[in-house]
Ligand binder design. Structure first.
Ligand SMILES: Cc1cc2nc3c(=O)[nH]c(=O)nc-3n(C[C@H](O)[C@H](O)[C@H](O)COP(=O)(O)O)c2cc1C
Length: 168
């Protein structure tokens, strides 16, 4: 597990080999294993493989050019109606789901990068339109997935100056 955490790096270049349906399901299973406030699991996933849809995302998202080579994009969305006493926990719950996808990607020897959507209102609207999301389903982020062309070095960013014991 420790290996997977440190080995996970953003991968933005992919080979022609396709991510299989079996791998796709493992990624979604990992996503749905994430913790969520009161176990509300407020996530929904748009699984995209159609290149013409990738083109639409690339036309509205300035940092998504790696989708050109990706075999799969998972748009992770939050269901605003699955909230806890009106509080928008879906942001954090869906972020945990994305991290789980990224860790499973690493575990399976695939490559991926998280593309930010929330909290940029305009980008959220554009992605919602492309995915034809109903109004209560909000896009948090996109995971671009493929078979990696390169394997970045593991990262250990431990910084003792950021750790505070008992008080600031
Ligand atoms: C909320 C969020 C939004 C991100 N958005 C993008 C993005 O739009 N395009 C991109 O190429 N990388 C994006 N990244 C990836 C970060 O650039 C990357 O995680 C960071 O540079 C650390 O590198 P590492 O993932 O290789 O450890 C995003 C990451 C997060 C957590």
């Amino acid at each position: 597990m420790e290996d997977v955490i440190f080995k996970r790096r953003s991968v933005r270049s992919y080979t022609d080999q396709q991510v299989t349906k079996e791998q796709e399901e493992k990624l979604l299973r990992a996503a749905m294993a994430a913790p969520s406030a009161r176990n509300l699991q407020p996530w929904e996933f748009i699984v995209m493989r159609d290149k013409s849809n990738f083109e639409k995302i690339m036309s509205v998202h300035p940092y998504s050019k790696m989708l050109k080579e990706a075999s799969l994009a998972i748009i992770v969305c939050g269901n605003e109606e699955r909230n806890l006493e009106g509080l928008p926990y879906w942001h954090v719950d869906c972020a945990a789901a994305i991290q789980n996808i990224l860790l499973e990607v690493t575990n399976l020897g695939l490559g991926a990068v998280w593309l930010g959507v929330y909290p940029r209102e305009e980008r959220m609207e554009q992605i919602a339109k492309i995915c034809e999301l109903p109004n209560h389903i909000k896009p948090l982020g996109i995971v671009s997935v493929g078979c990696p062309k390169n394997h970045p070095e593991p990262a250990d960013r431990y910084d003792a100056s950021k750790v505070h014991f008992e008080k600031w």
